[in-house]
Design a protein around this ligand. Structure first.
Ligand code: PNS
Length: 166
């Protein structure tokens, strides 16, 4: 069985992420979406780990060969522990490439059996990011075409409870 891990912050999941998941699920027998709870990321994320997991689970419930997990520490070590040899990352534009190339080389350095497979997001999602979706929502803009309903619901809740402010 060819399994892959799609790691990320997913703060929150966008339609761009979902597009990558659906494409990956057609290539690999199983895809684990893995979001991290590393200390250095705490405080930088709007959503707690539990909230991000809940959103991802709801948004991907229709894809049978996808599961959702969290991990702490290095992605390369997490993949080794799971016995998975492929990481999936999405590329939106050339600007993503330099950072992703560096991370892919670092990950292979940490785990020589690990390959990173890049999947190009659909052009209609090439400009979508969690950061931009949150910013637009902050100013009352419509983000229903940028994030799935589960993320939209969660962002609205953050706005209502003033955890997301301009
Ligand atoms: O969605 P993101 O924020 O671009 O995802 C980045 C992520 C989670 C894939 C990356 O930060 C990561 O792998 N972090 C775990 C720590 C690690 O392995 N660091 C070494 C490679 S940067």
């Amino acid at each position: 069985m060819q399994a892959a891990i799609y790691p990320g912050s997913f703060d929150p999941l966008t339609f761009g992420h979902l597009d990558i998941v659906m494409r990956a699920a057609k290539i690999f027998d199983h895809v684990t979406i893995a979001t991290l709870h590393n200390r250095e990321k705490r405080g930088r994320n709007l959503f707690t780990l539990e909230e991000r997991l809940e959103i991802i689970i709801e948004a991907t419930a229709h894809i049978p060969n996808v599961s959702v997990e969290s991990f702490a520490g290095l992605t390369a070590e997490y993949a080794r522990a799971k016995g998975v040899r492929v990481l999936v990352r999405g590329l939106r534009a050339v600007s993503d490439y330099e950072y992703e190339l560096q991370v892919a080389h670092l990950n292979r350095n940490l785990n020589k059996n690990l390959e990173t497979v890049f999947i190009m997001a659909a052009t209609r999602y090439s400009y979508v990011s969690s950061t931009m979706a949150k910013e637009i929502a902050t100013y009352g803009g419509d983000i229903s075409k940028l994030v799935p309903p589960a993320s939209l619901k969660a962002i609205k809740k953050k706005l209502e409870t003033h955890q997301l402010q301009p």
